[in-house]
Design a binder for this molecule. Sequence first.
Ligand SMILES: NC(=O)c1ccc[n+]([C@@H]2O[C@H](COP(=O)([O-])OP(=O)(O)OC[C@H]3O[C@@H](n4cnc5c(N)ncnc54)[C@H](OP(=O)(O)O)[C@@H]3O)[C@@H](O)[C@H]2O)c1
Length: 228
Amino acid sequence: MKTVLITGASGNLGKAAVEKFTSEGYHIIATVSPGKALGFDVGNNVTTAAVDMSNEKDVESLINTISATQSIDAALLLVGGYASGSIKDTDEKALEKMFSLNFHTTYFAARAIFAQMTRQKQGGRIIFVGARPALSAQVGKSSLAYGLSKSLIFKLAEYLNAEGADQNIVSHVIVPSIIDTPQNRAAMPKANFSDWVKPEEIANAMVTLCSEGSSSFRETILKIYNRS
Ligand SMILES: NC(=O)c1ccc[n+]([C@@H]2O[C@H](COP(=O)([O-])OP(=O)(O)OC[C@H]3O[C@@H](n4cnc5c(N)ncnc54)[C@H](OP(=O)(O)O)[C@@H]3O)[C@@H](O)[C@H]2O)c1
C-alpha cells in the first residue's frame, strides 16, 4: 500500500484529497493544526498527526517519525491561505504572515520529505499548490504578499526537480483559480459558483499526477481554472 502525506488535511482541498486518495487505496497521513481534528469521518487507512507546519523542528520531527517505519510515496502540501492587499497595504508584518503561512509551511515539509525520498529506491512525488496571483501581475497586484509568497513555491518546485531528477523525485505544481468553498461563497455571494473549481476536481488531478500512468510526467504546472 502506498503512503501519501497530506498537509492541511482538514481544509477544503484537504478533505477532498483525503477522500480521493483513500478511495484509491492509499494509506494517508493527514496533518492538522495542533488542537484541531480532521472534522470528517475517515476510514482505517487514515492516520492523523497534529503539527504546526510553520515550526521547522516539529515538521522535521514528524517526517523523521514517519520515515522510521515507512516510505513516503507522495506528499500533497496543501497548507496555505489568502490575504488581499496591494503594495500600499503590504508592510513587513503582512509579508511575514503570508510567507509563514504559504512558504515556510511548504518549505519545511518539502525539505524533510525530499530528504526522505532521496533514501527511497522508488523516489517520490511532491505536489505543491501555487496560485494565479503568482503567475499574473494583473491579478497579483491586489494580493501582493500572497502572490509573492506563492511565487516562491514555483521556484522551489523547479529547484527540487533539478535536484531530484536522477532519483525519480518529481515535483508538480497545481494552480487552482477560485476553489468552490463555503468561505469563497460567503465572500463572493453574487459570483457564478459553477465557474469555479470543485475541490474534488483538484483531488482527481492530484491522484492522476501521483499514479503509475503519469510516471513520465515531469515538472507539471497544472492550471485548473475552469471559467474563473
Ligand atoms: N481557496 C481557494 O480559492 C484557493 C485558490 C488558489 C489556491 N489555493 C490554495 O490551495 C490550498 C488549500 O486551500 P483551501 O481552500 O483548502 O484552504 P483551507 O480550507 O484554509 O485549508 C488550509 C488548511 O491548512 C491548515 N493550516 C494552516 N496553517 C497551518 C499550520 N501552521 N500548521 C498546520 N496546518 C495549518 C488549516 O488548518 P486550521 O484552519 O485548522 O489551522 C487548514 O486545514 C492553499 O495552499 C491555498 O493557498 C486556494
